[in-house]
Design a protein around this ligand. Structure first.
Ligand code: SF4
Length: 358
């Protein structure tokens, strides 16, 4: 197992290196916590920040964590996880190979083994589809369409490209982007696959962790829509109490404030809303909301889950939808999804219209 295999674990020769070492994946996940932890980090970082995390200093750990990460992605078996994971692996490889392509031959002789463009093109059967013309590259149109299909921006559309003799002209930088896409396809290829029970049983904690991270991701999705009629019953009730000027316990104030921050309201909007309540001084409210938002604290707080709301007695007037969700944000997202977009009147726009009419 060579460092280059660990840097580019999706290469055929990296897979062969793992096979040649006669590694038993079942034994690895059962006995090698370092590999499993690094595999978890690969997938978790892919979900949370689009990277595969810092490479492990040991080549063996880094290389073996790749097949174990693929097992984890297969066990989680959620499209967004597979997509984010493949994208993060492709981004990591892209950063490495673009740097290595730029390394001069002179430097290469004194440094570690690196990957060059010719080898990478051959890896993806693109050697005959890509031609170096000295002032850039020509890519056969079929290969181009396959690799440019998911690229954002009009400049990638075939109609906006110089095309001659069935070839598309691209710059070296654009060819690198197409190679990144080829890597993403390679990583995605075969995912998810069926994992033997014996291996799955060893990875239940890691899979639970990834499922938790994915559910948090769902809940922190940008909502930025304020339609009080669709609020979950608990939040409707708390908002109602705020607007009637009733006293709220700290946990209840925290719950409604985190919810309002979570759905995209600004501090000023929340302060305005709370000001009708004599128990909420502007300064204290502003401070609390900024704190929840993470502006004046190291943590960004999220809305309590239903189980926490229940234990504080803040879960009231449960309805049918409540039976199917575990989080007030999940309830609200579901309601927004179920409602025709045209019928969604954002409370802030509504207020603005009323002010304008006044
Ligand atoms: S079940 Fe959840 S969403 Fe429904 S009222 Fe209770 S806390 Fe709110």
């Amino acid at each position: 197992m060579e460092p280059l295999h660990a840097r580019y674990p999706f290469l055929a020769r990296s897979r062969e290196a793992v096979e040649a070492a006669a590694v038993d994946l079942g034994e690895i996940v059962a006995t090698d916590e370092t590999v499993t932890a690094r595999a978890l980090e690969r997938v978790e970082s892919a979900i949370t920040d689009g990277t595969v995390g810092e490479p492990h200093r040991r080549t063996r750990v880094e290389l073996l964590s790749y097949p174990v990460a693929r097992v984890l992605v297969s066990l989680v078996d959620v499209h967004i996880c597979t997509r984010k994971y493949a994208q993060a692996e492709a981004e990591a490889a892209y950063d490495r190979f673009t740097e290595e392509f730029e390394t001069t031959t002179e430097l290469k002789s004194t440094q570690r083994e690196t990957l060059d463009r010719t080898e990478l093109l051959a890896e993806f059967d693109l050697a005959s589809a890509v031609r170096d013309t000295g002032d850039g590259y020509r890519v056969e149109v079929g290969a181009y369409l396959d690799l440019a299909a998911d690229q954002r921006g009009d400049s990638w559309r075939l109609v906006n490209r110089p095309l001659a003799d069935g070839e598309v002209r691209v710059t070296a930088e654009e060819l690198n982007v197409l190679l990144k896409q080829a890597i993403r396809h390679r990583v995605t290829d075969g995912l998810p696959f069926t994992v033997p029970d014996a291996i799955a049983d060893e990875l239940t904690e890691e899979v639970d962790r990834l499922e938790e991270v994915l559910s948090e991701l769902e809940l922190t999705r940008e909502i930025d829509t304020v339609v009080p009629e669709l609020f979950p019953p608990c939040m409707k009730s708390l908002l109602d109490q705020v607007q009637k000027g009733e006293h709220l316990e700290h946990h209840s104030r925290f719950a409604i404030a985190t919810f309002l921050v979570g759905i995209g309201m600004t501090t000023d909007e929340i302060v305005d809303l709370f000001q009708v309540n004599p128990g909420f001084g502007e300064e204290a409210t502003r401070y609390q909301v900024d704190h929840i938002r993470g502006d004046t604290s190291p943590t960004e707080y999220s809305t309590p889950a239903c189980s926490t709301m229940q234990s504080y007695g803040d879960c009231v007037n449960m309805d049918d939808l409540c039976e199917t969700i575990s989080h007030p944000m999940g309830y609200y997202e579901q309601k927004l999804d179920d409602t025709d977009e045209e019928e969604l009147v954002d409370w802030r726009e509504d207020e603005g219209d009323e002010e304008a009419d006044a």
